[in-house]
Design a protein around this ligand. Structure first.
Ligand code: CP3
Length: 343
């Protein structure tokens, strides 16, 4: 069966012969072949040209024995359709031209049809599925409503989310309206990715750990749950990822999905305890461990494998994206240890 891959089996908590692994941001600046393409094209050009996005998606698959590909795109691509211009500044990261600061700004944001505005991502997914020829399954993804809202309101990366949280507290109705518009786009976009060929989807709520459990429940959970619920009918695994979520996991699991992605701040066995037996778990290696000497790196990977209950739905991954200065040999070492581990 084409759907019978270790990665998809682990997502569904079915028995596996080896622990599957992939790396968040596995296509990126730590790879010389990516840097070579980036000399000729901007990040957005790569994303918006299906042939190039497909090429970049396959770069890590062609070099490494990874268990899944993830479509090369960015969580910020829907911002344009939502009426907000943005760019990737080499020094500051993402910069949104006119961030949302008032309820009127928020009311001007309305859902759009991702099949039209983001057709280039769907086209890239089809190309990648063709070019993969069944080697590994393909993951589609989108930013979760909260993390997208954070960029839309803050205008970029943020330390304490002053603008966003102030907006949430001061204008709860406008917040809910904005989150509904983003959620509609996110659900439709992920559904379109599945229809184009994505065999699993990941919802990235990267910055949600900035909230208390109480605020998460009030301002975020209903929206993320709505997005995930709207995808249930497709039957593909849904991965729900966040960082700094130690105190949120208990609430996050109410949002549904099949897999919960965790960072490294919580020991994996403790994350398992909180998340319980109804979900598979993904992640847990600190990306900076890949800068450590080989011995230490290998010991950390082994330690996670021993504590992760790998028999019951576990996908090895980093706790956040791989960092640009990562040595390629470290990636080799991680893959060797994970695949050498007897489940
Ligand atoms: O995992 C993959 O290989 C797929 C590609 C992918 C990218 N971004 C490519 C990218 C994925 C899954 C993302 C998700 C993403 N983008 C998130 C969620 C995951 C996370 O890391 O928390 C977030 C918050 C973003 C927003 C974003 N995009 C930031 C903050 C930045 C700048 C910081 C940085 O790393 O440069 C980006 C740019 C970006 N997205 C790059 C890549 C490969 C670097 C672009 C370059 O080549 O200059």
């Amino acid at each position: 069966m084409t759907e019978d891959y270790p990665f998809l089996r682990a997502c569904r908590r079915q028995p596996v012969e080896r622990v599957p692994l992939w790396l968040m941001r596995q296509a990126g600046r730590y790879m010389p072949e990516y840097r070579a393409l980036r000399k000729k094209h901007s990040m957005l050009e790569l994303c918006r040209t299906p042939e190039l996005a497909a090429e970049v998606t396959l770069q890590p698959i062609n070099r490494y024995d990874l268990d899944a590909a993830i479509i090369f795109a960015d969580i910020l691509l829907p911002l344009e359709g939502l009426g907000l211009g943005f760019e990737f500044s080499p020094s500051e990261g993402p910069v949104v031209e006119r961030p949302i600061r008032t309820p009127e700004d928020a009311a001007a944001v309305s859902a759009f049809d991702p099949a039209v505005e983001l057709g280039y991502v769907l086209e890239a997914i089809k190309l990648v599925r063709d070019q993969l020829e069944g080697r590994v399954p393909l993951i589609g993804f989108a930013g979760a409503p909260f993390t997208l809202a954070s960029y839309m309101i803050e205008g970029g990366s943020s330390k304490n989310y002053l603008h966003m949280k102030s907006f949430m507290y001061q204008h709860p109705r406008a917040w809910d309206g904005l989150m509904r518009a983003i959620s509609e786009v996110t659900r439709d976009y992920l559904a379109a990715q599945i229809e184009a060929g994505a065999q699993a989807v990941q919802l990235f709520d990267s910055w949600v750990g900035s909230l208390s459990p109480e605020d998460y429940r009030r301002f975020v959970l209903p929206h993320s749950a709505w997005v995930l619920e709207g995808l249930a009918e497709y039957g593909v695994p849904r991965i729900h990822f966040g960082t700094n979520t130690a105190t949120l996991l208990e609430t996050m699991k109410e949002a549904g999905g099949e897999v919960i992605g965790v960072d490294w701040r919580l020991p994996i066995e403790r994350a398992r305890e909180i998340i319980g037996p109804d979900f598979a778990v993904q992640g847990n290696l600190d990306p900076v461990t890949l800068m450590a000497p080989r011995e230490l790196l290998v010991a950390r990977v082994q330690s996670i494998l021993e504590r992760a209950d790998a028999k019951n739905g576990y996908i090895f991954n980093l706790g956040h994206g791989i960092l640009p200065p990562t040595p390629m040999e470290s990636v080799d070492a991680v893959i060797e240890v994970v695949h050498g581990y007897g489940v």
